[in-house]
Design a protein around this ligand. Structure first.
Ligand SMILES: [Zn+2]
Length: 359
């Protein structure tokens, strides 16, 4: 049985027996500040996260005179120390040429500002990820806005849960080293030469708005960030800034597109857990899991239910305070997807609470 973990990135909610058999070709995992070679000119490093997820994988790709970095770790002293050790060890003697970031979550972009300033290089990121990160970082230190409180009240949160939300609001920027003020835009379909090889940009959406995967056909390798993880079902959530959003449809559509655009034989370099082979089986399993959840959810709302009443249809675990936000966001993503498919309707009652029922 796997250790169950949950963060902004997602939850390990499936027991191992239900997963497809993936192949993990590397026996060893890198210690902080050390590296394991995973493809020609591509090194695997891990940065500490402190929480239950423990590590994020980051990648150094030989880029002429130096290293292109892909993802950077959570902002903070522990990650700085791990990077310093790497620059004194396996990456020594060559500068960072540019910093790619798959998406705007703090464990991925957190150290981007520190790295780009230290090496006077550019952040390479998609436009929506950069802007969304700036937007969320601007909430740091603000009070929880009325729109957000109305959103969680509509989902069925009680006064105590709303109070906890108020008290914790504005924490996003704490995991970020000050962001760079400019960036180099990366777009879906771009072909980027890094060192001796071309890497193709394949964008996904749903976990974050314009998530970049980097696929190198010559090396038969793809850096997937949080878009495809081997053991975690990535968090796909509706947030208060866009209550009517349908990220799950985007997630399912882009996962299917990634399967069509990237062959099965690649080595997958994910942001969490270990590099693996079995991309297509993993994508099929992820899509199948959400479709099964949608079927269970539709049954669960035969009678009108609130978002907080349907956690059991999606997650096989007890939801306590720390997971309430994640579970609510995931439930709303599935409910909004059913509404978009014409399979459910939503009605707001006089108290401002939304009730969902199968159509
Ligand atoms: Zn993420």
């Amino acid at each position: 049985m796997d250790k169950l973990v949950a963060t902004r990135d997602g939850m390990e909610s499936e027991p191992e027996v239900h997963r497809p058999k993936l192949v993990y070709p590397f026996a060893e995992t890198p210690k902080p500040g050390e590296a394991v070679d995973v493809a020609a000119g591509v090194k695997w490093l891990r940065m500490p996260l402190g929480g239950s997820l423990a590590w994020i994988n980051v990648w150094a790709i030989a880029d002429g005179e130096g290293w292109a970095i892909a993802d950077t770790g959570m902002g903070g002293a522990d990650t700085q120390q791990a990077w310093r050790k790497a620059f004194a060890g396996p990456l020594a003697g060559r500068p960072v040429t540019r910093v790619f970031v798959t998406h705007m979550h703090p464990d991925h972009i957190g150290m981007a500002g520190w790295l780009t300033r230290r090496f006077h290089c550019k952040l390479w990121i998609s436009r929506l990820e950069f802007l969304m990160c700036r937007s969320l970082a601007a909430d740091t230190g603000r009070e929880a806005p009325p729109d957000a409180l109305e959103f969680y009240k509509a989902a069925g949160w009680d006064e105590e849960a709303l109070e906890t939300y108020r008290a914790r609001f504005g924490g996003f920027g704490r995991g970020l080293h000050a962001l760079p003020d400019s960036f180099h835009r990366v777009r879906d379909g771009d072909e980027i030469r890094i060192g001796e090889h071309l890497w193709r940009v394949v964008v996904g959406s749903g976990h974050s708005p314009e998530h970049v995967c980097l696929y190198c056909p010559e090396l038969k390798t793809v850096i997937t960030g949080d878009q495809v993880l081997p053991k975690i079902s990535s968090n796909v959530s509706v947030f208060p800034t866009e209550p009517d959003g349908d990220p799950l449809t985007e997630w399912l559509t882009t996962l299917a597109a990634i399967k069509a655009r990237i062959p099965d034989e690649v080595l997958v370099l994910p942001a969490h857990n270990e590099p693996f082979r079995g991309l297509h089986a993993r994508i099929d399993h992820l899509i199948g899991g959400h479709e099964r959840n949608l079927v269970r959810l539709r049954t669960a709302i035969a009678e009108p239910k609130r978002a907080v009443d349907v956690f059991g249809a999606l997650l096989k675990r007890r939801i306590d305070g720390g997971l309430l936000g994640l579970a609510t966001g995931e439930s709303l993503a599935h409910l909004n997807c059913l509404i978009a498919r014409g399979e459910a309707v939503r009605r707001r009652d006089a108290a401002g609470v939304d009730w969902y029922q199968a159509a």
